[in-house]
Design a binder for this molecule. Structure first.
Ligand code: DC
Length: 203
């Protein structure tokens, strides 16, 4: 594969993007950026009373602590700051530099194949039904001892889908040339294998 081979993986929350992205990056020896963490880092600071645009302009690697950022409250805050065009604009350069690194890169998010890396060599749109995604997220949260009910998680998933897909700036959608992978009835292994196959076909 060529030096700056970029893989764009988009899709809604809890569809399996993160798991697939990590597995794909490990398989090909590419670097991986979970771009949702950038929006989550901004959202977390907004919950502490800071200004979203200012935070996005001054985001430091230390602010991106994945463990602290994986709560439902931070996810909703991330989805809210993600509608602000100045926030999105402030995060573009970092993502594009990452995508251009020699040796290959996998970026996962909502607008990677459409806005951040429209020239990506391979694009996937990983999705699943809202019910399946909510059940997965509920199991993850319950394992961490969170008190959210399944109904609450489903309502959160639907609210985030609507906000992410209906926003004016860089809405979540599959790029025209993306391979759509619906993981609703798939095992993780099958979804990863299908993703690797789709990427290999773009070499
Ligand atoms: O992937 P995630 O669930 O960690 O993302 C959290 C929120 O960040 C998501 O609801 C919308 C926003 N986001 C975005 O707008 N664009 C991206 N490329 C990644 C995430």
């Amino acid at each position: 594969m060529s030096a700056a081979f970029t893989v764009a993986i988009d899709g809604p929350a809890a569809a399996g993007k993160g798991t697939i992205s990590k597995a794909v990056a490990a398989h090909f020896g590419f670097a991986h950026l979970d771009t949702g963490l950038l929006y989550r880092a901004v959202g977390a600071q907004v919950l502490l009373g800071r200004d979203a645009v200012e935070v996005a302009h001054t985001l430091r690697a230390e602010d991106i602590d994945a463990d602290v950022l994986r709560t439902s409250a931070v996810a909703q805050a991330a989805s809210k700051v993600a509608v602000i065009p100045q926030v999105r604009a402030a995060l573009v350069d970092f993502q594009r530099s990452f995508a251009a690194r020699a040796g290959g890169a996998v970026l996962d998010g909502r607008d990677i194949g459409t806005v951040i890396c429209p020239e990506a060599a391979a694009k996937l749109f990983v999705t699943a039904t809202a019910e399946v995604r909510a059940a997965r997220r509920y199991a993850e949260l319950a394992a961490k001892g969170a008190a959210d009910s399944l109904d609450q998680v489903l309502a959160d998933v639907r609210a985030r889908d609507a906000r992410d897909a209906d926003r004016v700036e860089a809405p979540m959608r599959a790029a025209q040339d993306a391979v759509v992978i619906d993981t609703s009835g798939m095992s993780i292994d099958a979804a990863v294998a299908a993703s690797i196959q789709a990427i290999l076909s773009k070499r």
